[in-house]
Design a binder for this molecule. Structure first.
Ligand code: G1P
Length: 290
């Protein structure tokens, strides 16, 4: 029997140096695409994929994330008094979205180390891990696409997408065989290889489904790329013991933790909005871009 994926872990302790000065005192996970913080997009994606219980791994100066998923008493009171019922319901829904707990990663020692903080929360169940700066705009939620592959193969699954050219060096990269359309069995993986050494053009995207044996693998992982405990290196250890799969995601992935990626995501998502898209499109058409 395949265990259902009920729990998700959100590493959110990173310092967000790619987005300074905006991230000097505010968490990068709270940067808003149009009107919604990055972390809310990803929490909504996980809930739409069957997740019931969430652990957000935070750090110092990240209390805005906890406040966002809490009840905002004064705001709600004010919206009710002013008769803004629809907005009240939207705001209240954010605090009702899932059971969310928090723990702190006291030092930013890498993604593998961040995920390790979830060991007690996870216990003996398989679980998902999602990175909030990877926003995937897709028909079917990205995590749901992966859950379906997990349920079929009963093995850990990571998300992948093709990345052309030298940009591949900014990712974990897999070496894999396609076993059915868009599903790969992984042979090896490497974190942020030099372009010439990348084993393929298949980049790891920030969505993972792990089995609890990942924690033992993290314990054995030595600091790697950037001197950090990398989750890619931990997965590589586990890969010697069990099959690992990757799903090429349907949809568009935006790197919203990067200034240019964030601008692109803002434009794309704003154009799709029923309340803003039409006027925004008119504005963009009127720009003299030559
Ligand atoms: C992390 C992972 C990397 C993955 C990337 C996806 O890197 O370590 O394997 O390709 O997320 O966004 P980061 O971007 O946190 O340096």
């Amino acid at each position: 029997m395949v265990n259902k994926i009920r729990k998700a872990v959100f590493p959110a302790a990173g310092l967000g140096t790619r987005f300074l000065p905006a991230t000097k005192a505010s968490p990068k996970e709270m940067l808003a695409l149009v009107d919604k913080p990055l972390i809310q997009y990803v929490v909504e994606e996980s809930v739409a994929s069957g997740i019931e219980s969430i652990l957000i791994i935070t750090g110092r100066d990240k209390s805005a994330i906890e406040n966002h998923f809490d009840i905002s008493f004064e705001m709600e009171q004010m919206l009710i008094e002013r008769g803004k019922t629809e907005m009240f319901e939207q705001i209240r829904a954010i605090s009702d979205i899932a059971r969310i707990s928090y723990t702190r990663q006291k030092q930013a020692l890498g993604l593998g180390h961040a995920i390790y903080q979830a060991k007690d929360f996870v216990g003996s169940e398989p679980f998902a891990a999602l990175l909030a700066d990877d926003i995937v705009d897709s028909e079917k939620p990205a995590l749901q696409q992966m859950v379906e592959v997990y349920e079929k193969y009963n093995a850990p699954v990571i998300a992948t997408m093709q990345v052309a050219g030298e940009d591949i060096s900014r990712f974990g990269v897999i070496d894999a065989d396609e076993v059915e359309p868009n599903v790969f069995k992984i042979k090896d993986m490497v974190e942020k290889p030099a372009y010439a050494e990348a084993p393929s053009d298949l980049a790891i995207i920030g969505r993972y489904i792990f089995t609890p044996d990942i924690f033992e693998a993290i314990e054995q992982t030595k600091p790697g790329s950037g001197g950090e405990i990398q989750i890619t290196d931990a997965m590589r250890i586990l890969l010697k013991k069990r099959p690992f799969y990757a799903v090429k995601l349907e949809g568009t992935r935006h790197d919203a933790g990067d200034k240019l990626g964030f601008l692109i995501a803002t434009v794309e998502l704003a154009l799709k909005r029923a309340d803003l898209g039409k006027e925004f499109r008119e504005y963009l058409k009127g720009l003299n871009l030559r």
